[in-house]
Structure formats: structure tokens, C-alpha cells
Design a protein around this ligand. Structure first.
Ligand SMILES: [Zn+2]
Length: 488
């Protein structure tokens, strides 16, 4: 039995986060809306309507293409792709066939372990093409009835096709995750997997290691999560390996399979597939798109820092790999981290505040990241701690209350009377009281048991409900006790 390797390529559909749909002014955000309410005669495919391309969608697809290092085809056009399906009311999809927006890109990515550490070196996956098209509606099946919601019909999509450069299920997932990061970073898609904004078809074939031949492949349709992508490819790799062993070779012809999430196996959809004839022809109602070098250069120069570069920047701050990934993956966390780090110059403190305390409190209160305080509010909290208005310990309570109530730090400190006692006279009085109330601890301390000091400081902190400045208490207590011992 020769050693086999998997040859995997992906076809990714990502919805663009535009205000309106690809070819009509309908609202592109159908989330939570009643079925068939964000529709119009254009996206419902009524005869006699005319599509008008969405400039925002084209710009976003252009930005994404450049971020994927693709070559923009300065002249490209839309085509009609004909097929019959109940969620496709026009009987054709407006897509791009022989002249897509972009070709020949490249994505660098790493496979990481659970701690965020890269396994092996950096990998590369070539991008064959990126083109624009409109999404179809959504069918839901209830017993023997099927319902159709056209809200999604007309949503702008990017179809991104890779070369078969991926060698394992893990590599395919790592690539798809990096692709998602890039699309989010450039603002082309929210790529929210739960809302089906990013979907995959994966092609897999096997070959003998060391050969370059591409054997007939199995195409796995409709994978809607990274987990499904990984499980389906792992399953299909095993299945094809077993078939290879039984028949001493690869699949005789291309096949199409579906992934069944619940049973965790693939199911044959089409065997001996001949290429479907979609009768593509140039969309007669939309003129070709023409980009100037100047337009492309302008868009390229406005690209934001991409995830790979961002990770390099954050890796230089002395954080763990997992922390770097967390911050570079979630722009909202990054914004919070950045304001604290810029103010304090202390990455470790910023990490503790944002990734440990804040995330912990959000989790404990069942809140989403969207409920996190604004960067300004977090900055205010840090200032209150650094100015000595509240202790670092009280700062934790304030942060928790900020998460729970959504109020800003000053309001919470005011309402709860959490201001720190840092007035020298007040603390001196407290220390005097503490010495009086803890004769045993004082005696232990003066007889050389240094640890007893903590008990006396603790008494003051308890008396003041943590509002005394512990450093000042400690300093004044030491002063007082050394005075007392020199007097005796
Ligand atoms: Zn519409």
C-alpha cells in the first residue's frame, strides 16, 4: 500500500455586508426579519425588471481581491448562469464566468495548536479566482412541505475558489479561518458562521505521495461551519483511503456528496457527473466593469493592516500566542486592549484587564462582547485607578458593575461610595485603631514575625471595605510600629 496524501481545494461563498442587495435597493440585512419582507420585483425575478449593480458590493469585492493578493481583471463582466431551482425565481443567477473580477491570488496561513502555537512552517494556498454573484433564497423543509424565504435572494456574494493546495482537513480549516480573518479585516464580510454568511464546498482526492497527478475528486457540498468542514474532510479522507485499499486506486470518476451533520457522514448525491451545462452568456442588462490602474492603486493603498501583519505586531508585545490570536481575531477586544496599553504602556496589565477580567465578567453575566464597555469607559476606569481614586482591587468591582449595568465608572464609584481613602490623616487614625485592636499581631510583629504585619493591614482593609489605599496603610503602619519599638 503506497503512502497517500490528500489533495484538497475549497470553494467559499462569503456574503458581503453591504447596505443593499447586489442588484436592487432592498435591505441586505434580513437577520431577524419576517420571511419575504426584504424583497422587491428585481430580487423576486419578475419579468421586465432590470438589475442595477451595487457599487458598494463591487468596491468590497475589489478590496477583498487585493487583500488576497489577486490580480484584478481590469475588464470583467457579469454572466447569466441558468439552472432551475425553487429558490432562484429568475431561473438564472447573475454571476461571473469567464471574466471574473480577480484571479491568481495567494494566502499565507499557519496551522496552530490549541494554545495558538504554529505547527510547522507557514503554508501557502493559491487563489484561483474571486468573482461576484447574487445569493439565492432559502428553502426550509417541514415534513413533506417546503417553504421559501426570498429575503436572502439577491444578497451580494463573493465566490472564492482555491487551487488544490491543501493537504489535510486541519490545513483546510486553518486556511478557511485565515480567509475569514482577512475578509473581516477589510470589512468585506462579517463572515458570521452562525448566520450562514460563509459557506464551503470542499473537493478532495487522494494520490500517492510524491506524485503530482490530480485524480478524480469527491466534492462535498454545503459545509456551514469550520467544524463541519474539518469533520467532513476527515471522514472523506478515511473513506477514500479505504476505497483505495479495496480497489487499489483512486475514484474512477468525479462524484458529488453531501455532508450529513447529525450522522457525521457523507452521502452520495451524484455519481459519474458530467459538467452541468449552465448555458452561461454575458448578462445583457449590465455593461462590462472597467477599472483603471489608478482606481486599483488607490484601493490597494487604502487597505488596512492585514491579520498576518497584525499578528507580527502584537507578537512583539510579549504576549502568548493564544493572546495574540485572540486580540488580532476580535477587533473589538483589540480596540479595548489598545487604549489601555497606549495609556499605561503595560501590555500585561492591558491583557489582564481585557482578556481576563473583562471577558470573565461578560461570561459570568451572560453578556455578549457587544455589551462590553466602550474603550473610553475602560480608559476612564484605568485613569481612576492610576489617580488613586479607587484601588486596583475596587477597580475590579467597578469593572464588573460596568459590565452588569452598562454605567460608566464615575457614576458607579459615586453611587457606591467606592472612593479610596488615601488621605494621610484618615489613614493614620485607622492605623492607630488597628494597632489598638490587634495587640497580639503587634506583639508577634515586634518579636520578629514580619508576616503578622499582613494581618494588621488586612484588619484596616476589612474595616474600610477595601477602600483604604493598601500601600499607604502598609507604609504608615511600618512607620508607627518602628516609632513604637524605638520608644520602648
Ligand atoms: Zn430587491
Amino acid at each position: 500500500m503506497p503512502q497517500l496524501e490528500a489533495v484538497i481545494g475549497l470553494e467559499v461563498h462569503a456574503q458581503m455586508n453591504t447596505r443593499s442587495k447586489m442588484f436592487c435597493p432592498c435591505d441586505n440585512d434580513a437577520f431577524g426579519k419576517a420571511p419575504n419582507t426584504t424583497v422587491c420585483p428585481v430580487c423576486m425575478g419578475h419579468p421586465g425588471t432590470l438589475p442595477a449593480p451595487n457599487a458598494e458590493a463591487i468596491q468590497k469585492a475589489l478590496v477583498a481581491s487585493l487583500a488576497l493578493n489577486c490580480t484584478i481583471q481590469r475588464e470583467n463582466h457579469f454572466d447569466r448562469k441558468h439552472y432551475f431551482y425553487p429558490d432562484l425565481p429568475a431561473g438564472f443567477q447573475i454571476s461571473q464566468y469567464d471574466f471574473p473580477l480577480a484571479k491568481a491570488g495567494m494566502v499565507h496561513f499557519s496551522v496552530v495548536d490549541a494554545s495558538g502555537k504554529a505547527i510547522g512552517g507557514e503554508r501557502e494556498c493559491r487563489i484561483t479566482r474571486l468573482h461576484m454573484e447574487n445569493d439565492a433564497g432559502k428553502l426550509t423543509h417541514h415534513g413533506n412541505k417546503t417553504l421559501c424565504d426570498f429575503n436572502r435572494a439577491g444578497t451580494p456574494l463573493m465566490e472564492i475558489v482555491t487551487e488544490p493546495d491543501l493537504r489535510s482537513a486541519q490545513e483546510a480549516v486553518a486556511f478557511a479561518q485565515e480567509l475569514r480573518r482577512i475578509l473581516i479585516a477589510v470589512g468585506a464580510s462579517e463572515a458570521d458562521m452562525f448566520k450562514g454568511m460563509m459557506r464551503f464546498d470542499a473537493s478532495i482526492s487522494l494520490r500517492e505521495k510524491g506524485t503530482q497527478k490530480l485524480n478524480p475528486r469527491s466534492e462535498i457540498k454545503n459545509l456551514n461551519s469550520f467544524k463541519a468542514l474539518e469533520k467532513a474532510l476527515t471522514y472523506e479522507t478515511k473513506r477514500l483511503t479505504k476505497l483505495w485499499e479495496e480497489s487499489s486506486g483512486p475514484l474512477p470518476n468525479d462524484i458529488t456528496v453531501g455532508w450529513m451533520d447529525e450522522e457525521e457522514k457523507t452521502r452520495l448525491l451524484r455519481d459519474k457527473e458530467t459538467a452541468m451545462d449552465y448555458r452561461y452568456f454575458p448578462e445583457p442588462d449590465i455593461p462590462p466593469l472597467v477599472f483603471s490602474e489608478k482606481e486599483i492603486a488607490k484601493t490597494r493603498s487604502a487597505l488596512p493592516t492585514l491579520p498576518q501583519e497584525l499578528r507580527k505586531q502584537y507578537a512583539g508585545l510579549g504576549l502568548t500566542d493564544a493572546q495574540v490570536l485572540q486580540l488580532t481575531d476580535v477587533p473589538q477586544l483589540r480596540a479595548l486592549f489598545d487604549v489601555v496599553r497606549e495609556k499605561t504602556g503595560d501590555s500585561k496589565r492591558a491583557v489582564a484587564l481585557v482578556l481576563t477580567q473583562l471577558l470573565g465578567f461578560l461570561n459570568a453575566h451572560g453578556k455578549a462582547l457587544g455589551d462590553a464597555p466602550a474603550p473610553e469607559a475602560l480608559l476612564e476606569l484605568v485613569t481612576k485607578i492610576d489617580e488613586g481614586t479607587i484601588s486596583a482591587n475596587a477597580g475590579k468591582d467597578v469593572l464588573e458593575k460596568m459590565v452588569a449595568s452598562g454605567k460608566n465608572p464615575s457614576a458607579i464609584i459615586e453611587e457606591e461610595g467606592m472612593q479610596q481613602i488615601s488621605d494621610d490623616t484618615a489613614i493614620e487614625e485607622l492605623v492607630a485603631k488597628a494597632i489598638e485592636a490587634n495587640p497580639q499581631a503587634v506583639e508577634s510583629y515586634t518579636s520578629g514575625k514580619g508576616a503578622a504585619l499582613g494581618a494588621i493591614v488586612g484588619w484596616v482593609m476589612k474595616e474600610t471595605k477595601g477602600q483604604a489605599d493598601p500601600k499607604k496603610v502598609n507604609d504608615l503602619l511600618l512607620k508607627k510600629l518602628s516609632q513604637a519599638s524605638s520608644e520602648s
